[in-house]
Write a new protein. Structure first.
Length: 216
């Protein structure tokens, strides 16, 4: 179904939610902002529903919804969901923008992309030209994982390796950090340091210029 929703353009805007009063209203609000402010992307906009309540409500509201039955740990499913979505889309030959539900869309977000890297992300820094990937800055501020665009086998491979390294909720008796954004930033930072990644902000280059995998 993801390939069908991606259409001939082969791109998706994807988010996910569960039912209940905490997350479902945010998801519906996000969907309404897409419908009102960027209706042309609505045919490529899809929810991954984590339970039947969310799936039924989203379909009733007129959105694409795919029900994914979870595993034994809801917390682990939530932690890994954005990464599984992005990897799956890339392996299907699609370019996917994966976003959190706690935002609104004011215009077509795909127009902000430059399409000159394997992944494009956003940052929490007010002054990224000064603080991006500086070691003493709080690590989770470098990349905000609430907005992730990726394409191609390079992205799928990078994310699969990240997921494999963080497959378990407990690692050597130590609990995995509850915020996947924190862990992903540390993973990116190490990849930059080890020369496996090249990152860009405007014209500034971070990491190894010889690295084939790129993030903007």
């Amino acid at each position: 179904r993801l390939a069908r929703i991606g259409g001939k353009e082969k791109h998706l805007i994807v988010t996910w939610t569960s039912g209940g009063n905490k997350y479902l209203p945010m998801a519906l609000n996000l969907g309404e902002s897409v419908r009102k402010n960027a209706p042309k992307i609505l045919r490529h906009f899809v929810f991954i529903a984590m339970d039947e309540e969310a799936h039924s409500a989203l379909r009733a509201a007129g959105y694409h919804s795919i029900y994914r039955r979870g595993g034994t740990s809801l917390e682990d499913d939530v932690w890994k969901m954005r990464w599984r979505i992005l990897t799956t889309a890339c392996r299907l030959g699609l370019a996917a923008l994966v976003i959190d539900t706690d935002m609104v869309i004011l215009r077509n977000p795909l127009r902000a992309l430059r399409h000159d890297a394997d992944m494009e992300v956003m940052t929490d820094h007010f002054f990224p030209e000064k603080y991006l990937f500086v070691e003493w800055v709080r690590v989770e501020d470098h990349i905000n994982t609430g907005f992730l665009w990726g394409r191609g086998e390079g992205t799928a491979r990078f994310i699969r390796t990240f997921l494999e390294a963080n497959r378990h909720e407990w690692i050597r008796g130590i609990p995995r950090h509850k915020i996947d954004q924190n862990v992903f930033n540390r993973y990116v930072f190490k990849a930059l340091t080890d020369g496996h990644l090249r990152a860009y902000y405007k014209e500034t280059v971070y990491g190894s210029t010889a690295a084939s995998f790129t993030i903007r």
